[in-house]
Design a protein around this ligand. Structure first.
Ligand code: ZN
Ligand code: ZN
Length: 115
């Protein structure tokens, strides 16, 4: 097996700090698992006729959270949030001092070291 490339971190405002991001390869892997979870939620709901509130989302999205953990070593709590917000390519700015990708439309400074 090839050595795994070190994952870049991102500064996620919602998580309130530095978390591992998904590069394009890892995002593709995560996306595959995540999409299966979305399908299993749909299947569960049509089979049982449940509302979203009555659907065991935690359980059905667990494979996505496990996949994120395998890819990054980090336990996320919200599969949708990880899918939407933890993709590195959505964070255009990079601080090489912190090895951190971030969004900073106003200041253009790294949120951790302010470089
Ligand atoms: Zn986050
Ligand atoms: Zn920095």
């Amino acid at each position: 097996m090839l050595p795994t490339e070190i994952t870049k971190n991102i500064y996620c405002p919602k998580c309130g700090g530095v978390v591992p991001g998904l590069d394009d390869d890892n995002f593709r892997r995560y996306n595959q698992v995540y999409m299966k979870c979305v399908e299993s939620v749909k299947a569960y709901r049509s089979e049982h006729g449940t509302s979203l509130q009555q659907t065991p989302l935690g359980e059905l999205y667990q494979p996505a959270l496990d996949s994120y953990y395998e890819l990054t070593g980090f336990r996320g709590a919200d599969a949708l949030h990880l899918w939407r917000k933890h993709r590195i390519s959505k964070y255009p700015l990079y601080c090489d001092r912190c090895n951190l990708c971030y969004l900073a439309p106003t200041t253009g400074r790294c949120p951790v070291c302010s470089a």
